[in-house]
Write a protein that binds this ligand. Structure first.
Ligand code: FES
Ligand code: FES
Length: 199
């Protein structure tokens, strides 16, 4: 009887073979992480499921709602449209990294609270991260410019009026403070092996 050479071969066929893990070093909210991830893992899933940064929600997983927006090396990105491996060697800031070292809210966080710019709050982290990106380039935007900048972020609750008002209020506060956040690349190299290390 003819032998089937495939039968005793323990190597799984290519389609069933496990994808090999990739090693990444990423700084998230000031903390350095070294991890192994599947190459197909989305950044938003890495942040939420591996690092527990659940302040970044998933609204659609298709790049439409903006809820998952984070800052990647100074640019806002929808983290459901970025692979975790693409964050290798880079700095990610989420909504949970915006407060000051003393826990004081970022002016945008304060303004959203004070201007009643949220109801369910699901869109709020993404709105704030996208608005922060706008204010780096344009510290004194018009209402139309705010609306343009936030067009990729959907809110099902507020009607957007108070969101625009909040961004304008935060912009004014940042101008008064004289401390517009510069756009820049400041990725600190993770400096320890293991799950995480202080940045
Ligand atoms: S969850 Fe990423 S854009 Fe909606
Ligand atoms: S506050 Fe509910 S989706 Fe914006």
């Amino acid at each position: 009887m003819a032998q089937n050479p495939m039968r005793d071969d323990p190597t799984p066929p290519p389609a069933l073979a496990r994808t090999s893990a990739a090693r990444i070093a990423v700084n998230v909210d000031g903390v350095a992480h070294l991890d192994e991830v599947e190459p197909r893992l989305l950044l938003v899933h890495y942040l939420r499921d591996r690092l527990g940064r659940t302040g970044t929600p998933i609204g659609c997983d298709t790049g439409n709602c903006g809820a998952c927006t984070v800052d990647l090396d100074g640019m806002s990105v929808k983290s459901c449209q970025v692979l975790a491996v693409q964050a290798d060697g880079r700095r990610v800031t989420t909504i949970q990294g915006l407060a000051g070292p003393d826990g004081a809210w970022h002016p945008l966080q304060r303004a959203f609270h004070e201007q009643h710019a949220l109801q369910c709050g699901y869109c709020t982290p993404g709105m704030i991260m996208a608005a922060r990106d706008l204010l780096k380039d344009n510290p004194d935007p018009t209402p139309e410019e705010v609306r343009d900048a936030l067009e990729g972020n959907l809110c099902r609750c507020t009607g957007y009026q108070n969101i625009v008002r909040a961004v304008l209020a935060a912009a004014a506060e940042l101008r008064r403070e004289g401390a517009p956040e510069p756009r820049g690349k400041a990725a600190g190299a993770p400096r320890a092996s293991g799950q995480e290390a202080p940045a």
